[in-house]
Design a protein around this ligand. Structure first.
Ligand code: SF4
Length: 121
């Protein structure tokens, strides 16, 4: 049943934006965002839509309680995309800064996902 007492202007969710890049560390960001969304605390959201300046996605992001950007490497595409659209990033992590080396293999292992998830919890 909908909660009609809730002000729709209030920020509602913690949104996670992974860079989802074409490398192991980029794909780790994607896997981490999925994992956190499945845990139910946060919600994976669409970085590409922000980059495309899609109005509906921009407006939804404005209602976020917090914005988390997860980047695979120091190029920081997720953070830069959000900032170019005018958003302040509340939490930002870079996977390579957690001791995981970037490669162009797309295999992602559970241990690396766990390291990043634990860093965010
Ligand atoms: S931050 Fe690094 S891994 Fe992620 S999309 Fe940009 S270049 Fe690729």
């Amino acid at each position: 049943m909908p909660n009609n007492d809730k002000c729709l202007c209030e920020p509602t969710e913690i949104l996670i934006f992974p860079c989802s890049g074409g490398s192991n560390v980029g794909q780790i960001t994607n896997a981490v965002a999925i994992e956190l969304t499945k845990h139910g605390k946060d919600k994976m959201y669409c970085l590409a839509g922000i980059g495309a300046h899609e109005n509906a996605l921009i407006e939804s992001t404005k209602t976020a309680k917090r914005i988390i950007a997860i980047d695979g490497c120091p190029v920081k595409c997720a953070r830069k995309t959000l900032e170019h659209a005018g958003f302040d990033v509340n939490t930002h992590i870079v996977v390579t800064e957690l001791g995981i080396t970037k490669s162009h293999e797309l295999d992602v292992n559970d241990e690396d996902i766990k390291v990043v998830v634990e860093h965010l919890e």
